[in-house]
Design a binder for this molecule. Structure first.
Ligand code: PRP
Ligand code: URA
Length: 236
């Protein structure tokens, strides 16, 4: 399986990554979302170079020419809510004819010390992915639990021709988990691969909680109810 780390090559993306990671820039939520979206656009452009193209004849007002184009109706872009939304928009800005899928999944701690996380997946809206190019885009790949749950759910909708998993920052442990859930010919794209995770399963140095930085803090009392239920289920 191919793992592509775009930070191995310097580009303007470094500036967007620096602003995403910088605590002082993070106060500007609109800029944070915009940078996530721009990284989605850059990754989509790089990924587009690996797609299949067939020449199609185009008529200009003055003549005709053949331009290599991708197959119409081939691509599905799938996102994990909610931090995935601006990243998804970046991909959709370039692959504007793609169909779209949404998986709602979120992490919750399953022990009192908040050192172990489980994933709660609730909702999926997807077209058939059978025989198509499936992009699964989620900015953070930490434990890999959210993406593994999304992959399992999406594969219920058919066997894709090819899967690309795309993220902004990945932890090496998460990459290994996702590799297990993917067919061997899949590709994992990352804007950066960081050194690992802290005891609360946040990527270090990372940039913090992507969903909160994009959209604001969520009510923790709701998650506490789910965590309590998960602990009860684990004991049963
Ligand atoms: C973030 C992110 C990923 C997940 C990655 O979502 O968007 O889906 O964490 O972590 P994992 O690899 O350990 O599963 P989060 O659960 O914080 O939900 P949110 O987007 O609603 O804030
Ligand atoms: N989810 C995030 O938003 N950030 C992390 O560091 C890990 C998971």
């Amino acid at each position: 399986m191919k793992v592509i780390n775009l930070s191995e090559q310097n580009s303007v993306m470094n500036h967007f990554m620096a602003e995403l990671r910088d605590k002082s820039y993070q106060k500007n939520r609109a800029l944070f979302r915009h940078n996530v979206e721009r990284i989605g656009e850059i990754m989509a452009y790089e990924l587009s170079k690996t797609l299949e193209y067939k020449p199609k004849t185009v008529k200009t007002p003055l003549g005709t020419l053949d331009i290599p184009l991708t197959k119409e109706g081939d691509m599905v872009i799938a996102t994990v809510l909610r931090a995935g939304l601006p990243f998804h928009q970046g991909f959709l800005n370039l692959f504007d004819h793609a169909d779209n899928a949404f998986v709602s999944a979120y992490r919750m701690y399953v022990n009192r010390e908040h050192t172990e996380v489980g994933v709660h997946a609730e909702y999926i809206a997807t077209p058939s992915v059978k025989g198509r190019t499936l992009l699964i885009v989620d900015p953070m790949l930490a434990t890999g639990g959210s993406l593994a749950a999304a992959i399992d759910a999406l594969l219920e909708a058919g066997k894709p021709k090819k899967i690309h998993v795309c993220c902004v920052i990945a932890a090496p442990e998460g990459i290994e988990v996702v590799k297990e859930a993917l067919p061997e010919d899949s590709t994992i794209w990352c804007a950066a691969i960081d050194e690992g995770m802290n005891e609360h399963k946040y990527i270090v140095p990372g940039f913090g909680d992507c969903g909160d930085l994009c959209f604001g803090e969520k009510l923790q009392s709701f998650r506490k109810l789910v965590e309590k239920e998960s602990r009860r289920n684990l004991k049963a």
